[in-house]
Design a protein around this ligand. Structure first.
Ligand SMILES: Nc1ncnc2c1ncn2[C@@H]1O[C@H](COP(=O)(O)OP(=O)(O)OP(=O)(O)O)[C@@H](O)[C@H]1O
Ligand SMILES: [Mg+2]
Length: 631
């Protein structure tokens, strides 16, 4: 019994650690309810959906598998060669034979290295292809979502979905899965080789496996939690950043830097804490596996040494010094992949979590899709009719309540009304950015739902209230759609809206760079560019939402002039707070709280002495008193 005391001590120490970890694990299970998110999609569904991306590359994966088997040969054969060398050099030996052994060792090593190199090259290439196709799909899908759906997801979250999450999935295919397979092969191969070499010692090594399994299960439970927290915190920080970097100028103007810094610090600290926890969990697990490895090496040295000295034989297997060397190497080759397997299993879980997040975006069915029998409109006359239209952004909160009006082809109609009365909403509905809940919208007598969305929008030129310029050049921002326009046509559009004056003054003219959101141009200039973009395509229906709100009076008069010239070319829908700009409209629709109060021409509405009259006199009065003051 005394002889086995060292082994008993080693096993006792391991048992103490196992008990400690088991207690921690039980405590963790009790706190499980606190985990922030859980996956709802079964693993099987995730795997089958992911396979869609891997399937086109099956040849590459097959090749990797073949190359991998060749690279594994080194792990299995090298300890045997080293053991043989040890036995060889123990007694008298011929140098030639040693050279042969070393040459075989070197040969296997080189083959293994070359195979590993090719394996990683093939995998990286395949990984990039998979990554790119997932990214492409998710971006295309996001583009197909309706305004309503897009309003519900913060931009930062979408950025994470398009960047970080596909990365995790690509890593899974190229690194995790393949290495997992490799490690399984190595473990099985090494175990088989050990068993063939010496049963006794192999059983001794296997005695450590239950402990290894226990540690691995506990480790998995901990890491699953920390991985999820890290993911959540990363999305949080991305969402916060994307919003606050866009609004950083406002933060500076309102001296809110300190507050924002504190908020950011808080989020950053939470991510730091989550990452630290992750490092901590790995920091505990790795030494634990190392402890098992060292313990098994100690047991090996003790048992092997003892067996060697006593010349013990077991089932005809003698322990030699070569056996000791071979097993010493095998033990490390056995424990390493098991440890990596445990860690990779968690990365796999993390990749699954990413996949689920991506699929949850894919599962958002685009709300606005063409009906199967939707028609393509080749030519649009520009007749628009609203029939008792009811619309709410959020269920029950009606923004438009029974709106009905008719616009004849080539007519100019203006919408006026107080802020929030529903003007922009009406224009959005005409472009079918949202679907209405009740009523009907007819374009050229056809229900808007029966017209292909792309075909509908092709005939519309929209100038939105929030002008958006993309980074690029003035030309790319005006052209925007793919159609090729000549410089002459672009200049003509610019002249029409009087944007040519300021573009002419720019060094590069139409090729002047536009920075993100057009922040190197004034609000008025941005509006003029957006205006040029709208009329360049000579749309049959022009939608102008506060087109001249940021433009100086002189330019506005010129634009007014252009608009008058454009009248009768197409249907024109205008929203303007400054009533002087819409006096010549064929019809003026006055809105209040999502309902039409009155409509008619400027003169008719003035005669009515209703809401429009009040609004007009108020503006007129303001201007007159300002002039009087100046006089
Ligand atoms: N995306 C949205 N989600 C929820 N509610 C919205 C959304 N957009 C607008 N609303 C609400 O709909 C109402 C009408 O908004 P709309 O933008 O049509 O007003 P408007 O008449 O164009 O105002 P303004 O003159 O200020 O441009 C407002 O009460 C607003 O709060
Ligand atoms: Mg508006």
């Amino acid at each position: 019994m005394r002889e086995f005391l060292p082994i008993i001590v080693v096993v006792a120490i391991i048992c103490v650690f196992a008990a400690l970890f088991l207690t921690a694990y039980v405590m963790l299970r009790r706190r499980k309810a606190n985990v922030t998110f859980d996956r709802n999609m079964p693993d099987r569904e995730i795997v089958s959906r992911l396979m869609k991306y891997a399937r086109p590359h099956w040849r590459s994966f097959l090749l990797v598998l073949v190359v991998m088997v060749a690279s594994i040969a080194y792990d299995i054969v090298s300890p045997i060669i080293v053991g043989d060398i040890e036995e060889l050099i123990k007694d008298d030996f011929e140098l030639n034979i040693l050279f042969e052994y070393v040459a075989v060792y070197a040969g296997i090593l080189i083959i293994s290295m070359v195979c590993t190199y090719f394996q990683s090259i093939i995998l990286q290439k395949t990984g990039q292809k998979i990554l790119s196709s997932i990214r492409q799909d998710i971006f295309t899908h996001i583009e197909s979502l309706s305004h309503n759906q897009l309003n519900q997801i913060p931009v930062g979250k979408l950025v994470t979905r398009v960047t970080n999450d596909p990365n995790a999935i690509s890593m899974m295919f190229t690194n995790i899965l393949v290495n997992m397979v490799k490690n399984v092969f190595v473990v099985v191969g090494v175990l088989a080789a050990m068993l063939i070499k010496n049963y006794m010692l192999s059983f001794m090594v296997l005695c450590f496996i239950p402990f290894l399994l226990l540690f691995t299960v506990i480790f998995r439970a901990f890491t699953r939690r920390v991985f999820r927290t890290v993911k959540d915190r990363t999305t949080d920080i991305n969402t916060y950043l994307s919003e606050n970097l866009s609004g950083i100028k406002i933060t500076q103007s309102f001296n809110r830097e300190k507050r924002k810094r504190e908020e950011f610090l808080e989020k950053s600290n939470e991510l730091k804490k989550a990452k630290q926890n992750q490092i901590f969990v790995f920091g505990i697990f790795r030494p634990m596996v190392y402890m098992l490895y060292i313990s098994s090496v100690l047991c090996l040295l003790y048992l092997c040494g003892r067996g060697y000295i006593k010349n013990t034989e077991f089932l005809g297997q003698v322990i030699t010094s070569g056996t000791l060397v071979t097993f010493y190497m095998y033990i490390s080759k056995f424990f390493n992949p098991i440890q990596t397997l445990a860690e990779q299993f968690n990365q796999l879980q993390s990749a699954f979590a990413s996949a689920e997040k991506i699929f949850s975006i894919f599962d958002m069915e685009p709300e606005l899709v063409d009906e199967p029998d939707a028609v393509e409109i080749q030519e649009l006359r520009g007749e628009i009719e609203f029939k008792d239209v009811w619309f709410a952004y959020n269920p029950g909160e009606w923004v438009l309540k029974g709106v009905s009006f008719h616009v004849s082809p080539k007519e100019t109609v203006a919408f006026v009304g107080s802020t929030g009365s529903g003007k922009t909403t009406i224009l959005s509905l005409i472009c079918r950015n949202y679907d209405i809940q009740k009523g009907q919208i007819l374009i050229d007598g056809i229900d808007i739902k029966h017209i292909k969305i792309s075909s509908l929008r092709r005939h519309f030129g929209q100038m939105l209230q929030d002008v958006f310029l993309f980074s690029g050049t003035i030309r790319s921002n005006i052209v925007l759609r793919e159609e090729s326009f000549t410089d002459e046509e672009i200049w003509q559009a610019c002249k029409y809206v009087n944007a040519d004056h300021f573009i002419n003054k720019l060094e590069a003219g139409l090729d002047e760079p536009v920075r993100e959101r057009g922040n190197n141009f004034s609000a008025g200039q941005r509006q003029l560019l957006s205006f040029a973009r709208t009329i360049l395509h000579k749309p049959e229906v022009m939608i102008l939402d506060e087109a001249t709100a940021n433009i100086d009076t002189e330019t506005e008069i010129l634009i007014q002039d252009s608009l008058d010239r454009m009248k009768n070319i197409g249907t024109m829908l205008i929203v303007a707070h400054r009533l002087s700009t819409i006096q010549h409209a064929d019809n003026i629709i006055v809105l209040s709280h999502g309902q039409i109060l009155e409509q008619g021409t400027h003169q008719e509405l003035l005669h009515k002495r209703g809401r429009y009259y009040k609004l007009y006199s108020l503006q007129f009065e303001k201007q007159r008193s300002a002039l009087e003051k100046m006089a």
